[in-house]
Ligand binder design. Structure first.
Ligand code: SAM
Length: 243
């Protein structure tokens, strides 16, 4: 349940420095003129430390972190965040990242990935400002097969508006699933949204992140072993229409 989920009051209240310590600035200067009343890790009367760059890529329901680990060296100058609702799984990914950092002491490798326990269906706008993100990955989301469970799906009209809010124009939503029905559901809901346009198959195949998403997540490996199908669709965040 959500009572144990921590989330910042606003993105400015979020302290990312424990997730991306290599990118934390040394001073505790206030990010706004207001003190942070709530924050994930700071005491009530301190300001969150600033990062030298912002999180730009998010893996929604990152599971055991395979995508993050594979993308880390491919996008070395970008901060990538996995968000996972199961606390034990999020902790596992945090330990996995810490171990990879320790094993690569002389490089910046794996300093650019982090994992946060969160329910992305509830608090996404608390973590990210409008237009902050360039990529959102939704890899093998739970299918919630039964009709009455469809409201639990991670792609929906309401949630798509939150992804549109957090993504900047030109940003991309990546989706992959082995469940054909869910694939059509995601395509239908994202295509129907005025902020998104499906990306052509040629452009999709030319994007190096697609091959990584197809092969590197734990779920994609499982589907591979079971010789299952993988359905992929990408959507570009469009410019907002002029008022
Ligand atoms: N993306 C990973 C992969 O491809 O290997 C994991 C796929 S797994 C089938 C779906 C994951 O989404 C699970 O780890 C689950 O705990 C997580 N999840 C489900 N609902 C979520 C939510 N509302 N917020 C964050 N994570 C969620």
């Amino acid at each position: 349940s959500d009572h144990k989920l921590e989330y910042p009051k606003t993105p400015d209240h979020m302290d990312w420095s424990t997730y991306f310590p290599a990118f934390a600035t040394t001073t505790d200067s206030p990010s706004t003129s207001q003190p942070a009343e709530t924050s994930l890790v700071n005491a009530a009367d301190t300001y969150p430390k600033k990062l030298s760059k912002e999180v730009e890529v998010v893996d929604i329901g990152c599971g055991f972190g395979g995508l993050l680990v594979a993308l880390a060296p491919v996008l070395p100058d970008t901060l990538l965040l996995g968000m996972e609702i199961r606390s034990s799984v999020a902790e596992y990914v945090q330990h996995r990242i810490a171990a990879l950092r320790t094993q690569n002491p002389d490089t910046n490798l794996y300093q650019n990935i982090g994992c946060l326990r969160a329910n992305t269906m509830k608090f996404l706008p608390n973590f990210f400002r409008k237009g902050q993100l360039t990529k959102v990955f939704i890899c093998f989301p739970d299918p919630h097969f039964k009709h009455r469970k469809h409201k639990a799906r991670i792609v929906s009209t309401t949630l798509n508006s939150e992804y549109a809010y957090a993504l900047r124009p030109g940003g991309i939503v990546y989706t992959i699933t082995d469940v054909e029905d869910l694939h059509y559901w995601m395509v239908q809901h994202l295509e129907a949204h005025p902020s998104f346009q499906r990306i052509s198959e040629e452009e999709q195949d030319a994007d190096p992140c697609v091959e990584i998403m197809r092969t590197a997540t734990e779920e994609s490996k499982k589907v591979e072993r079971n010789k299952g199908q993988k359905f992929i669709a990408l959507f570009r965040r469009l410019e907002d229409p002029p008022w």
